[in-house]
Design a binder for this molecule. Structure first.
Ligand SMILES: [Zn+2]
Length: 156
């Protein structure tokens, strides 16, 4: 039986049905889907940019009401901020600035969850930045919310 939470993923934080199916396969293999050697097994979107520390790609399961939902995935397996090279922070800002310009972002936000997935609400426990531009001009628009922490009843 698939355990919903291991050191690499937490299916309880998944949002979409097809995402849950992919996460169950990953859980059975007990490896990290964001480590470079495994990323291409599951992630179907192209790598848009590669730095020394980060890969840039589009989120395979973008949040609802987003115009752009990009991920910056740390190239080494890391789950805590203390595992990050401080120079990665500078590169992260440089890449986000470049994306802001290249995609002509009107505005948005970015977030990086870290650590225990019951606290972070992350599905994949490998440091990554969510970079979101909301689709704020569409008629059915609702604000995009980035969740932190998992409610008790979803913890299994
Ligand atoms: Zn990893």
């Amino acid at each position: 039986m698939t355990k919903n939470k291991n050191s690499f993923i937490n299916i309880n934080n998944s949002r979409e049905d097809d995402q849950i199916e992919v996460m169950k396969k990953i859980a059975d293999r007990a490896h990290c889907p964001f480590c470079e050697k495994n990323l291409r097994l599951y992630h179907k979107n192209p790598i848009l940019r590669e730095g020394k520390y980060w890969l840039v790609t589009k989120n395979q399961w973008p949040y609802k009401h987003t115009k752009h939902h990009l991920l910056l995935i740390y190239k080494q397996h890391a789950v805590k901020l203390t595992e990050l090279d401080s120079a990665a922070g500078t590169e992260m800002f440089d890449l986000i600035k470049e994306l802001e310009q290249n995609f002509a972002f009107e505005g948005g936000g970015f977030a990086m969850r870290f650590g225990d997935t019951d606290f972070s609400a992350g599905t994949v426990n490998h440091l990554h930045v969510q970079l979101v531009v909301p689709d704020a001009m569409s008629e059915d628009f609702e604000p995009v919310k980035i969740k932190l922490g998992l409610q008790w009843e979803k913890r299994v």
